[in-house]
Ligand binder design. Structure first.
Ligand SMILES: Cc1cc2nc3c(=O)[nH]c(=O)nc-3n(C[C@H](O)[C@H](O)[C@H](O)COP(=O)(O)O)c2cc1C
Length: 474
């Protein structure tokens, strides 16, 4: 089991210079069990056990619109105009080189489409300028950026609301890949199985989570800009430096008593956001492989240590010549696998794709570099790719290595057997640890993707009399 699967969440309280009870939560999604809890899934111990449940939950999701309520915890404290003081919260300076204090990291920025009326929630970083002024960095192409542009075209300020602490499910929705035109409120309602309660903001008419911890209403003023950033990016670097961004004037501040900021740091991976992204992206790539007609996929994992998209592993049960290369091609060309990628690796079904030790062993023992690594050039990259020098940021492409680390199909049945205890023998020796049919227990937990090839000469001499658990084959 990876340390990330068990990493605790930390709730900071009694922060110097702030009232006790004004808290900061980090790590809400740094463990598989807590992601399961947010998504209403059975709490499984390992990534590969949880992933199929997540895929099932996301499949054919029926969305549920939010329900408007008159008040909620968020209306416990309301401040307007001159009484607004956004500096009252213990906003962290997350990393030494950040350009300021960021109240919004695991936040949800709420905007409405001028023409179509639907409401978007997006996790975009929010920096504090002063007690009534903040800035939100939204990449071009993001749904709220499109909403904002429509106000720019009309020459009007854009109404905006931001929640800085909320149900982790809303964070999953706001930072996840909910399709354009679908509100994250509806998506989250579908996952929960009931409508998300919202209040209607008096200044903006925007729906705000009634159970939010801290929220603001305001407007983006395009005519006034101030420096924003830099801030640590998903790659683990400062990929973009300080830039001028339009300011947000805060008109109303609301918070519940003893509010909690839900923070998500983006330091060098693995980190909380790369871990939760890994789940959702791996689920989508697995779905895509099925649609693309790649049979017998046993697992997919986009590695949190690499920042998710640069290192993707797919496990298959090889069924025909070329199957492994088909999987590599499909992963590297689907949207989630194509953007900002670097390495795609295919492994056999006995390899847990989320276990780096397994994957490195497979690469080191089942691939011949000259034969089994193919390259794609001029692929879709990102301006945040630290390998692209600043003078080339207007044309961001990079290459891909596609690594076939499966046993060679031609002679896979003659491939040397694996030198380890078979699952059957293990089960007999330590039944209290291995439940029947549970598969091979490895560092990352129970992996049931497939079994290692049968041992030609199992240690039958250990069967009778009963073996000593510590040394069954001695
Ligand atoms: C912790 C965290 C911070 C993020 N910060 C930003 C950001 O500052 N700007 C941005 O455009 N996207 C950021 N993202 C990515 C977006 O949240 C993500 O792409 C989301 O799907 C955008 O929502 P949208 O599709 O509704 O625009 C961040 C994601 C996470 C998990």
């Amino acid at each position: 089991m990876s340390y990330l699967d068990l990493r605790p969440a930390v709730l900071f309280d009694e922060i110097t210079d702030y009232p006790a009870g004004y808290r900061v939560l980090v790590g809400m999604h740094s463990a598989a069990q807590r992601i399961a809890l947010s998504m209403g899934l059975e709490r499984k111990a390992t990534r590969m056990e949880l992933l199929p449940l997540l895929r099932e939950k996301l499949k054919d999701l029926t969305v549920i619109p939010p329900v408007v309520v008159q008040d909620g915890p968020i209306t416990e404290n309301v401040f307007d105009g001159a009484d607004v003081d956004i500096l009252k919260f213990p906003t962290p300076m997350w990393h030494e080189l950040d350009g300021g204090r960021y109240l919004g990291t695991g936040s949800a920025t709420i905007t409405r489409d001028l023409e179509e009326g639907w409401v978007n929630l997006g996790t975009y970083r929010v920096m504090i300028h002063d007690s009534k002024t903040i800035a939100c960095y939204i990449c071009p192409g993001r749904h709220s950026h499109i909403h904002r542009q429509k106000f720019v075209e009309r020459g009007e300020p854009c109404p905006i609301a931001i929640s800085f602490g909320h149900d982790p499910l809303l964070f999953a929705a706001a930072s996840g890949d909910v399709p354009y035109g679908v509100s994250e409120y509806e998506w989250a309602g579908g996952i929960k199985g009931r409508a998300i309660p919202v209040i209607i903001g008096e200044h903006t008419g925007l729906p705000i989570p009634a159970h939010s911890e801290i929220a603001i209403e305001g407007e983006v003023v395009f005519s006034e800009t101030r420096p924003e950033g830099p801030f640590a990016e998903w790659t683990g670097y400062y990929g973009s430096m300080q830039r001028q961004e339009p300011i947000i004037k805060v008109k109303r501040l609301m918070h519940r008593n003893d509010p909690i900021i839900t923070g998500v740091a983006r330091n060098r991976p693995p980190n909380e956001s790369s871990f939760s992204f890994a789940f959702f992206r791996s689920a989508r790539i697995w779905d895509y492989l099925e649609v693309a007609g790649v049979p017998d996929v046993r697992g997919v994992w986009c590695h949190e240590t690499a920042g998710v998209s640069p290192f993707i592993v797919v496990s298959i049960k090889q069924r025909y010549p070329g199957h492994a290369r088909q999987a590599l091609g499909a992963v590297s060309s689907c949207r989630d696998g194509a953007h900002a990628g670097r390495y795609v690796i295919v492994v056999d079904e006995d390899i847990d794709p989320s276990n780096l030790a397994d994957v490195i062993w497979a690469m080191s023992s089942r691939s011949d570099p000259a034969e089994d690594i193919d390259f794609l050039r001029n692929c879709w990259s990102s301006a945040l790719d630290p390998m692209i020098p600043s003078e080339e940021k207007d044309y961001c492409v990079n290459s891909r290595a596609l690594i076939d680390a499966c046993r060679p199909y031609k002679w896979k049945d003659r491939f040397p057997p694996v030198a380890e205890c078979s699952p059957q023998l293990r089960q007999e020796v330590i039944p209290e640890v291995e439940s029947p049919g549970a598969g091979v227990k490895r560092d990352s937990g129970t992996w049931s993707g497939g079994l290692a090839p049968p041992h030609p000469a199992p240690c039958t001499h250990t069967r009778s009399p009963a073996p000593r658990a510590s040394s069954p084959c001695s």
